[in-house]
Design a protein around this ligand. Structure first.
Ligand code: DC
Length: 227
């Protein structure tokens, strides 16, 4: 069987993981897998079915009934419905950490993530990729930035998208999600023992991309695909 390479990028909310991962995927011809989008998609389905995301038993009733697809063009489908925009709504964002803390739902998502990683060279971003989903990933990055900086970036992004919010609300939301994500019992947010810690507080996106590109080129044969 052909050996595929995998790059894991983990870290707290709004650390810039997905925008960096997308650029690297394009540069090195990798499949990009946004695992957060899967938990968001499941959360969307729970809310749509009028179930309570803070109730584990109720939410788990949907296991096996939610068909989640991440398309190559970045679109996210839930039971064939395009929910790409809806999964970024405030209501989904503020409930997704509860859904992501339920072990049975995680096991279902992880199955899908590992299946996708068997299809080619991948870059996958999330919270538990290096520790749980792909423990043998060739490169593990743990990308962090100070809370205020992450909140500022997310706040500007929201304003650009026309989402109305205050900086204080964004700070509170990120703090709450990071707390739940890092304190759950199963596969919590934490760096893998062999992860490279990247503090991006003082760096812009291009600098982070260059830094990770260097690591990829030094440690894998993926440079042969570089655009
Ligand atoms: O990266 P994001 O903000 O789109 O992630 C949404 C939520 O899903 C976040 O609260 C953490 C959770 N998540 C997780 O628990 N494990 C992952 N591999 C990816 C995301």
């Amino acid at each position: 069987m052909k050996k595929f390479y995998s790059i894991a990028i983990d870290g707290p909310a709004a650390a810039g993981k997905s925008s960096v991962a997308k650029i690297l995927a394009n540069r090195f011809n990798l499949i990009y897998i946004d695992t957060g989008a899967m938990y968001r998609a499941f959360t969307y389905a729970v809310l749509k079915n009028n179930l309570d995301p803070q109730n584990e038993e109720e939410s788990c009733k949907l296991i096996g009934k939610v068909d989640i697809e991440l398309l190559e063009n970045g679109k996210v489908l839930v039971n064939n419905e395009d929910v790409t925009k809806q999964i970024r709504d405030f209501n989904v964002s503020s409930n997704v950490s509860y859904i992501a803390s339920y072990k049975l739902i995680r096991l279902e998502m992880v199955k899908l993530q590992r299946k996708m990683a068997e299809k080619g060279n991948v870059i996958m971003d999330g919270r538990d990729i290096g520790t749980y989903v792909l423990p043998n990933a060739n490169i593990k990055i743990y990308q962090v930035a100070e809370l205020k900086e992450r909140a500022k970036r997310r706040y500007i992004e929201n304003l650009e998208k026309g989402i109305n919010c205050t900086l204080e609300e964004v700070i509170k939301d990120l703090e709450k999600r990071d707390y739940i994500d890092s304190h759950r019992a199963f596969a919590p947010l934490k760096p893998a023992d062999d992860a490279i810690l990247l503090d991006t507080t003082k760096y812009n996106k291009d600098e982070v991309v260059e830094e990770i590109s260097k690591i990829i080129k030094e440690n894998t044969p993926l440079k042969e695909y570089e655009k």
